[in-house]
Structure formats: structure tokens, C-alpha cells
Design a protein around this ligand. Structure first.
Ligand code: FMN
Length: 140
């Protein structure tokens, strides 16, 4: 059975809803799934998992949340080679720039994404929730 971690930061719950759906999809596909708030995950845990989904909304000016999520993810990134990785998150008034930057940087660091990042505007609607479940399945 593959082991999947879903690691997220969420200020108002939208990315948390996405994380729950990613976890649901991975479980449906047969994986053993652990869900972590960003503050409860650290780079030394990466090796325990076959697949990892990271979720963070657009914060700052088209940036990852910079006090908890970004330092945690930056420490994990060099250890993600050979892992199945997925990215997801919610945004507000922008056009998804934060996710394009995140995806580009991750790929540049040699991270292999199992699917396109899943992003949604504010609360995930039915289509976004289904896309999150598909991401979870791809990680399993
Ligand atoms: C401090 C702050 C900064 C934000 N910066 C952006 C931004 O640069 N671009 C954007 O599209 N949305 C931005 N947003 C909107 C959030 O990304 C959006 O509300 C998202 O749904 C929040 O997800 P969450 O419920 O998981 O926290 C910002 C929100 C806050 C509170």
C-alpha cells in the first residue's frame, strides 16, 4: 500500500477543504493517507511517504504563506526527488500567478508533478473538489 501525505496551510478553510478532498481521493485509490497542517510537517518526514500533496493559498503578493508554509516547503523540496508530488491551493483576486511561480520553481528544482496543479477561486466548487480527488488518486 502506498503512503501519501497531504500537507496544507489554510487561513480561512478553502485550501483545507481541498486538502480533505485530495485525501479522500488518495484513500479511495487505496493509499494510506496522513493529513498534516503545515506546522506539523517537516522535511525529516518526507522519506516516510511515496506521494506528497502540498496545498497553500495565494498570500502576500502572489506568494506562498511565508511564515509557516514556505519555510517548511523549502526544506522539503530538495528531498522530493523520486516522490510523486502534487500541488493545490485557493486564490482570491489574482489570476493564479502564485501557483504558476510555485509550479515553475518546483519543476526547476527537479520535482516531478503527477498532475497539473489544482487551483480554485475562493471556496472549491464541485468541479474543483472533483479535481482535488483526482489529484489524490494520481498520488496513490
Ligand atoms: C493576506 C492575504 C493575502 C492574499 N494575497 C492574495 C494574492 O496575492 N492573490 C490572490 O489571488 N489572492 C490572495 N488572497 C486571497 C486568498 O488567496 C483567498 O481568499 C483564498 O481562498 C484563501 O484560502 P484559505 O481559505 O485556504 O486561506 C490573499 C488573502 C490574504 C488574507
Amino acid at each position: 500500500m502506498s503512503k501519501v501525505a497531504v500537507v496544507f496551510w489554510s487561513g480561512t478553510g478553502n485550501t483545507e477543504t481541498m486538502a480533505d478532498k485530495v485525501a479522500e481521493g488518495a484513500k479511495e485509490a487505496g493509499a494510506e493517507v496522513s493529513v498534516f497542517s503545515a506546522e506539523d510537517f517537516s522535511a525529516d518526514k518526507v522519506e516516510e511517504f511515496d506521494g506528497l500533496a502540498f496545498g497553500c493559498p495565494a498570500m502576500g503578493d502572489e506568494e506562498l504563506e511565508d511564515t509557516i508554509f514556505e519555510p517548511m516547503y523549502a526544506a522539503c523540496e530538495p528531498k522530493l526527488a523520486g516522490k510523486k508530488v502534487g500541488l493545490f491551493g485557493s486564490y482570491g483576486w489574482g489570476d493564479g500567478e502564485w501557483m504558476r511561480t510555485w509550479e515553475e520553481n518546483a519543476k526547476g528544482a527537479g520535482v516531478s508533478l503527477v498532475a497539473d496543479p489544482v487551483l480554485c477561486n475562493e471556496e472549491p466548487d464541485d468541479d474543483a473538489q472533483a479535481a482535488c480527488q483526482d489529484l489524490g488518486k494520481a498520488l496513490a
